[in-house]
Ligand binder design. Structure first.
Ligand SMILES: *Cc1c(COP(=O)(O)O)cnc(C)c1O
Length: 403
């Protein structure tokens, strides 16, 4: 990947063509400009780069392997490979950007990390990073989510984070974002707001992408070393889009690689039953940036649903929105049912229990393998499925004893 793409996107105002930007109240505008400036000067420094490299190697256990799925490929055709982000410390790719954001906070002399969380995955990853650096951590979470995602609340508390219950509105992610933003605005000098994906106002989509690029850089090199060529197809699931941007960023200029982003079509493509933002959304503004957005008649973010709670966001990263328009990436959907089947297939044929989010990418890879039996497919296995096991068995049963 030539550096030109990364110099060009985003532009200095945080735009990926027409998407991105920073739609913010004036106080936050100044803060975001400060963070952007600090990011550009600090993240390119030798100290920052060498510390991040050392953390990735000795703490996170990177590089994570690329693994050839022998039995899965035998059954479905194709040659299916997985980038094993489930083996990254704490069990998913999210720690890649949380360690980067926390390291930036440390270099800025901040004392506290603030964020919101929906299902709790981002909260747990950020609490992990805060513990590593000895920073305070405050996670805002809707009261409904606190009840639903109890194990992650306990994890955050064990890691020393303070979980702040949010009781406004629907008491879920959207209100948690507002609450976290307010806490940050009240104390921007000693705290840093840390977003959980390639979304939000500039500079977050750029920073989070840059911290996730390690996934693609490693995977491209590892795949080439294993096979002597590049993959024919590259696949990742897209919620906000951070694991996908991490992998895709290394293949954007390889015209021989076809790139696929997979969104959830949930129970159906009826309103409220899916989170297929790229397939059915229209450009709009959410949480301070412009992107494809599932919206109601008034232009408000529409209710969304997926069996994978990490994928149910009505917006999507601005860079993905641009890559769709540029036709660099194809975006397609997988249903709940297909993801559950893939969850069991990968578990039983390879001994790997995937996160339900990642199972969407696996399900899509299995379809591609059947359609293109001669091709090689590299899938981002963004996380492990331990968090999902009770839910899956309670709701769907085992394959030999379905509900
Ligand atoms: C949060 C999460 C996702 C979705 O987030 P992206 O920013 O789209 O990557 C995907 N997989 C796992 C395992 C997650 O925890």
């Amino acid at each position: 990947m030539s550096e030109n793409y990364f110099k060009k996107y985003p532009n200095e105002n945080g735009y990926f063509e027409e998407y991105g930007g920073a739609f913010l109240p004036p106080v936050l505008e100044t803060e975001m400009k400060n963070i952007t400036q600090a990011y550009f000067s600090i993240s390119k420094s030798h100290n920052f780069i060498s510390e991040l490299r050392s953390i990735r190697k000795h703490y996170q256990g990177r590089p994570t392997p690329v693994y050839f799925c022998n039995r899965l490929s035998d059954k479905y055709g194709g040659r299916i490979y997985m980038k094993r982000e489930d083996l990254n410390h704490s069990g998913a790719h999210k720690l890649n950007h949380c360690m980067g954001e926390a390291l930036l906070a440390k270099h800025l002399g901040k004392k506290k990390l603030i964020a919101e969380t929906g299902a709790g995955q981002h909260g747990v990853a950020l609490a992990t990073a805060a513990a590593y650096f000895g920073l305070e951590c405050e996670i805002h979470m809707g009261e409904v989510d606190i009840v639903k995602e109890h194990p992650n609340v306990v994890r955050m508390e064990i890691l020393g984070a303070k979980v702040v219950p949010v009781s406004e509105g629907l008491k879920t992610l959207k209100e948690a974002v507002d609450s976290a933003f307010n806490a940050y605005v009240a104390d921007p000098v000693t705290s840093l707001y840390c977003i959980g994906s390639v979304v939000g106002p500039h500079p977050f989509p750029m920073m989070v992408r840059d911290f996730q690029r390690v996934v693609g850089i490693e995977a491209r090199e590892q795949f080439y070393e294993m096979t002597g060529e590049l993959p024919d197809k590259v696949v990742a699931c897209v919620g906000g889009g951070s694991n996908a941007m991490g992998l895709f960023s290394a293949f954007l200029e390889d015209d021989e690689c076809e790139i696929y982003g997979v969104e959830p079509s949930g129970r159906s493509l009826e309103p409220g039953e899916h989170a297929a933002t790229m397939t059915l959304g229209k450009p709009g503004v959410i949480h301070g940036f412009k992107c494809y957005l599932l919206q109601d008649e008034k232009g408000e973010p529409a209710p969304v649903y997926s069996v994978a709670s990490g994928l149910d966001y009505p917006g999507v990263g601005p860079e993905h929105s641009m890559l769709k328009d540029l036709k660099k990436v194809k975006y397609d959907t997988i249903t709940d049912k297909e993801a559950i089947d893939a969850f069991y297939e990968l578990s039983r044929l390879e001994g790997i229990i995937p996160a339900l989010e990642s199972a969407h990418a696996v399900a899509y890879a299995l379809k591609l393998a059947q359609k293109y039996p001669q091709k090689s497919i590299l899938v981002n296995l963004s996380g492990r499925g331990d968090k999902d096991i009770d839910f899956v068995v309670d709701e769907y049963g085992l394959p030999e004893n379905p509900k």
